[in-house]
Design a protein around this ligand. Structure first.
Ligand SMILES: *Cc1c(COP(=O)(O)O)cnc(C)c1O
Ligand code: SF4
Length: 351
C-alpha cells in the first residue's frame, strides 16, 4: 500500500531538509509576479521584441499573463518556442475571418442559472471564476462575458443560484468546476464550495477542469489534496497540457501528489499549429503523461474563436496524426480527437 499523505509527510520531515534554504514561491506569489507584457517576457527570454510582431490591440482585448515558472520552461532565445507561442500576443490575432467567432461553441445559449452551463446529460458546468493563471491566446473564453460570472463566492450568496439549480435537478450526477480556472480560488473558498456540493444527495462526482497544476504546480497544496481525497464524491481531475516541455520536474511532482492520493488525473490538449502539430511532439507529450499515470483524454480540434485562426490545424491533418500515434503508443495513451459543435448532445469524435 502506498503511504498515506500523513505518512509521506512524516517520512519527508525525517530527511534533512536541504530545500528549506531555498525560497520556493507560493502559488499566490507566482500569480502576483507573473509577466504581464510581451516586453517583459521577451526580455526575460533574451528575444528581440522587434523580431516578434507584437500586437498591442490583441493585448488590450486579452492581456498577456504568464507566471515566471511557466516562462522558465521556455527556451531562451527561441522566438518559435512552443510554450511562448501559446501565450504571446501577436499581430496574426488581428486577422478577421468570418468563420472565427466570439462565441464559437454556443455557451451563451447553455445557461441553466447564472454561473451554471449545461450542454450534456447528467453533467453541469459551474463557472466559479473568470480568472486564469495563464492567458492562452487560442482560448475560446477570451471573449467570454465574465462580468456576469466574475468573483462568484459563497460569502455573498452568488453561488446560490447555481447550487439551487443543481439541487433541483436530480438528473445531474456530476458537477464540473471550470472557469476561468477554479483553482485560482483559495483552498478555503474551494473547501466551502465542495462542502456545499457534497450536501446535494444526488451528486456522485466532482470534476475539476484546471490548468493550474501545469502552470503553477505549487497550487497542488497538501491541504487541497487532502480535502479532495476525503470527499464523499468521486473526484476526477482534468488538467491541460499541450506540449511535453510544459511537464517539468515540479509539474510531474504535483501530478504525482494527486495520483498518489488516489485521484484519477486526465489531460486534455488542444491541437495547435506551430505548437504540437507533429507526431513527434504529440508522442512525447502523451508518453510523458502516461509515464506520470495521467491519461490523455481528449485532443481538441481548435474552437473557431476570433483571433485564433493562425492556430488552426486542418481536421484531415489531425486524423493523420492520430493514425500515426496509434502505431507508436499503447492504446490508452492515444486520446480521442474531438470537436465541440454547438447544439450537439456530446462532443463529436473525429478520430
Ligand atoms: C466538454 C464539456 C463537458 C464535459 O464533457 P465530457 O465529454 O464528459 O468530458 C461538460 N459540459 C460542457 C459545457 C462542456 O463543454
Ligand atoms: S487556462 Fe484554460 S480557460 Fe484559462 S485561458 Fe488557458 S485555456 Fe482558457
Amino acid at each position: 500500500m502506498p503511504p498515506t499523505l500523513l505518512q509521506s509527510k512524516l517520512l519527508r520531515s525525517e530527511k534533512p531538509n536541504l530545500e528549506a534554504e531555498v525560497e520556493i514561491p507560493t502559488w499566490q506569489q507566482e500569480i502576483k509576479t507573473a509577466f504581464r507584457s510581451a516586453d517583459e517576457i521577451c526580455q526575460f527570454l533574451n528575444i528581440d521584441l522587434a523580431e516578434m510582431e507584437i500586437s498591442a490591440l490583441a493585448a488590450k482585448q486579452f492581456p498577456l499573463f504568464v507566471p515566471r515558472g511557466f516562462a522558465r520552461r521556455m527556451e531562451s532565445g527561441n522566438p518559435d518556442d512552443p510554450l511562448l507561442r501559446q501565450v504571446l500576443n501577436v499581430v496574426q490575432e488581428e486577422v478577421l475571418d468570418a468563420q472565427f467567432k466570439v462565441d464559437p461553441v454556443g455557451e451563451s445559449q447553455a445557461g441553466l442559472a447564472p454561473g451554471l452551463l449545461q450542454k450534456y446529460a447528467g453533467r453541469a458546468l459551474m463557472v466559479v471564476t473568470g480568472a486564469c493563471a495563464v492567458h492562452c491566446r487560442y482560448c475560446f473564453r477570451r471573449h467570454f462575458p465574465y462580468q456576469a460570472f466574475q468573483e462568484i463566492g459563497a460569502e455573498d450568496g452568488r453561488w446560490q443560484p447555481a447550487l439551487a439549480a443543481v439541487r433541483s435537478d436530480e438528473s445531474i450526477h456530476e458537477v464540473l468546476l471550470s472557469g476561468g480556472d477554479p483553482l485560482v480560488l483559495t483552498d478555503d473558498l474551494l473547501t466551502e464550495l465542495i462542502t456545499l456540493l457534497e450536501n446535494i444527495p444526488h451528486l456522485k462526482r466532482l470534476r475539476i477542469h484546471t490548468r493550474l497544476p501545469i502552470v503553477i504546480p505549487a497550487r497542488v497544496t497538501e491541504a487541497l489534496v487532502n480535502r479532495l481525497a476525503s470527499s464523499r464524491l468521486a473526484v476526477w481531475f482534468v488538467v491541460h497540457a499541450n506540449h511535453g516541455n510544459e511537464l517539468g520536474t515540479e509539474v510531474l511532482q504535483s501530478l504525482d501528489r494527486l495520483v498518489t492520493a488516489g485521484i484519477p488525473v486526465l489531460n486534455q490538449t488542444v491541437l495547435l499549429k506551430g505548437v504540437n502539430d507533429s507526431v513527434e511532439a504529440l508522442e512525447e507529450l502523451f508518453t510523458k503523461l502516461a509515464d506520470a499515470s495521467v491519461l490523455p483524454y481528449y485532443l481538441h480540434q481548435l474552437d473557431r474563436v476570433a483571433g485564433a485562426a493562425h492556430f488552426e490545424v486542418p481536421i484531415e491533418t489531425g486524423k493523420k496524426l492520430i493514425k500515426q500515434l496509434r502505431i507508436r503508443l499503447p492504446g490508452y495513451a492515444v486520446p480521442r480527437y474531438v470537436q465541440e459543435r454547438p447544439g450537439e448532445l456530446a462532443k463529436t469524435i473525429l478520430a
